[in-house]
Design a protein around this ligand. Sequence first.
Ligand code: SF4
Length: 157
Amino acid sequence: LACPYFMPDQRLEADWLFPHRLPLGAGWSGICTASPQAPRPLEGELKSACNLGYATNCPRLPAERHADAVRFAMGEEADGLLRVRYAMERAHAPAGHGELVYIVASGEWQTRHGNACVQRMAECYVEVQMTRRSNCIAGEPAYDQQEHSTQEEGNGD
Ligand code: SF4
């Protein structure tokens, strides 16, 4: 799960234990939209908080917030449309979910999220999954049909 205030913009190649299991499909750097200055979190923050959500130790995390984390999962793909599911959590309880629709041929979105961070995270997530699919590494699934869980795979908490 990623922090809902994270606006990723470029891949972060770091010593992730299981990068393909990260909530956004890989590690990302970017900016924090929780702060008016929109700072770029340091690598340690990116690795322990922004990319993983539930960043309760992060001093920038607003006390009043709609969600602690957001996760994505690949949905059905048919007729050139890929459905990307998202789900928000607040205090480990559901805090909203929905579906975004990606047009595979054009790389555009038929349905976008109203929150720019969530939309951008969805774009990053799909970008990684599409790259993985095109590379089609032997033995590795094209993309995970299951929701990613960092806690399960040891990438952090
Ligand atoms: S974890 Fe903290 S620094 Fe990172 S995006 Fe969230 S609020 Fe900002």
